[in-house]
Write a protein that binds this ligand. Sequence first.
Ligand SMILES: [Zn+2]
Length: 192
Amino acid sequence: MVSSLTCECCNRYETDINSLNVFNEIKLLFDEQVKNGVYLEEQVIRPYYVWTDDKEHIEYYATKWYRCMVCGCLWEFNYPDFPAKGFVKKYVDGIYSGTVIINNNEESKIADIVLKSKRNNNVYYMFSDEIFIHGEKNKSISIPMDNSIICFCDMYYVQDELLVVVATNKDYDYIYVLDEESNSIKKRGLTK
Ligand SMILES: [Zn+2]
């Protein structure tokens, strides 16, 4: 069957949610889109806010993520908890880029990417030279040794596989798979 679904993502905008009426309206809209098969709920795996210092480490995750099955864009929906406002944010290219990281401890590094596991309770913090795994057992994975390697530069899921991209000084980069059982990385291939 050829799908004839259309979406209205282009006509909908990011917004703060500062009243219960607005919240109910927006929630209904998302629920309808899901019912119609236009939006699909997706696991929330990246925080929109990370705050850290010597003593404390806080991550906030939005309530819902929705993927548009028509245009591929990603919607982030955080329910209000008044007096705290909620919000709706849109990622047109479908890639989440909303994490704000505040590091109050000047000596520690700021992670480039924070990612929650889809499979277990791990949270991954990717720095340029290591991936710190915060979970039942904390562990850090160092950048693999090779003359051409520059830094870790990206990590994301493709289906249920967690891929890690390592930048090289060649005209391609390496792709590793992070095995979430053994918490280790194995080389998978090259980017184009
Ligand atoms: Zn759409």
